[in-house]
Design a binder for this molecule. Structure first.
Ligand code: F6R
Length: 368
């Protein structure tokens, strides 16, 4: 069942190129993005004036990633809310709000309650879900299924990737329905997405140094993760994986926040993982991040730099350099998450923990 792997999670990480390809399949006909089992017509999509993503844990991080893409593509405001906070806050919802409820299991109690609250307020609810016929899609107006296949490991990996991709499809469908993007632009974005299974597969072939790093970090007291733009939610996801699998203190920060507090945490030898943007596509962001890396290195941090192939600018400041295939800016999370998953799994394994069944956690959280 584990196909020769020690853990289901190892297998599921390797299945990520397929999870992406299968989630994309059938959703573009050469002209338009097609959302499956769509009970939201183009007319309804056209009137949407705000998007609210509600979810928990890694699914929430998939929403944070997608916010960058959906706002950029649609010019609609996108809010991303933890489902457990959403309905206690009296959120502003109207008939023209699209609530996207993201859930692998489709049974997460907080997300389900958020769906119920949104529907009472007459918002349109679209479920992004990996489990056919589960409760969240049943109670939503429409559903877009992720096709990651069953995920057995408690920590989300391939389902997270598929959630990012599905959320992106929602963004493209909205942009097209609103007339902000024409078919040729949508075709280009869809082509970018379609190139990602190969980029993730290529990334997976380069992970031996990450495994070696995991062995080295087995006794670290804490690990920090920094990113900017889409690298910020990737940092949050990397920290969550490390907490839940290796039971290690881990925090993700927006790199720009360093000097507003977190830099006080930096001490000699502290491992800091930095998700670096492309120097070619995002030169300004890249130079900002570079100065963050210099600041923490000057204070003794051990810098672990995830960057694009051929980034010679950042290389001298990396104690460990993990270079990944060059991809469009909004696609970077799909490659940059992979080393963070493998790092967490490897540290957990080296510490002797069951990677598939972390303590105190359940695959589907059906209590609030
Ligand atoms: C983390 C993880 C959890 C889930 C969260 C939501 O690795 O797996 O944080 O992402 O419990 O679960 P679903 O997507 O089933 O609603």
């Amino acid at each position: 069942e584990k196909g020769g792997f020690e853990y289901f999670m190892d297998k599921e990480i390797q299945e990520q190129p397929d999870a992406i390809a299968n989630t994309l399949r059938g959703h573009f006909d050469g002209t338009s993005i097609l959302l499956d089992e769509q009970r939201l017509g183009d007319d309804e999509l056209r009137t949407i004036d705000k998007v609210v993503v509600v979810a928990c844990g890694s699914a929430y991080h998939s929403g944070l990633v997608a916010k960058y893409a959906i706002e950029h593509w649609t010019r609609l405001p996108v809010e991303v809310e933890l489902a457990s906070e959403f309905r206690y806050r009296d959120p502003v919802l109207t008939r023209d709000t699209l609530v996207v409820a993201v859930s692998q299991s489709g049974e997460t109690a907080d997300t389900l309650e958020a769906v119920r609250h949104a529907r009472e307020q007459k918002a349109r609810v679209l479920a992004v879900c990996n489990t056919n016929g589960s409760q969240i899609p049943r109670e939503s107006d429409a559903v877009l299924y992720t096709h990651a296949g069953p995920e057995i490991g408690v920590a989300s990996t391939k389902a997270f990737m598929a959630q990012v991709v599905a959320n992106y499809l929602v963004g493209l469908a909205l942009a097209q329905a609103r007339g902000v993007k024409y078919s040729d632009e949508v075709a280009r974005d869809f082509a970018d997405l379609s190139a990602m299974p190969a980029a993730v597969a290529e990334t997976l072939t380069r992970m031996d140094p990450v495994r070696a790093l995991g062995q080295e970090l087995v006794d670290a007291k804490a690990v920090l993760f920094l990113g900017r733009h889409v690298g910020f939610p990737v940092a949050l996801e990397g920290a969550l994986k490390l907490k839940e699998l290796a039971y290690m203190h881990a925090e993700g920060f927006a790199a720009g926040e360093l000097k507003h507090g977190p830099i006080a945490l930096i001490e000699e030898g502290l491992p800091v993982v930095v998700v670096t943007p492309s120097p070619k596509l995002r030169p300004l962001l890249h130079s900002k991040l570079l100065s963050n890396i210099r600041e923490i290195q000057a204070r003794g941090a051990r810098t672990i730099v995830i960057c694009e192939d051929g980034d010679d600018i950042v290389a001298p400041f990396a104690d460990t350099l993990i270079s990944l295939p060059s991809v469009p800016v909004l696609m970077q999370p799909l490659v940059a998450t992979v080393p963070l998953q493998i790092l967490a799994a490897e540290i957990a394994r080296a510490r002797g923990f069951d990677v598939d069944k972390p303590r105190n956690l359940a695959k589907s959280v059906t209590v609030e």
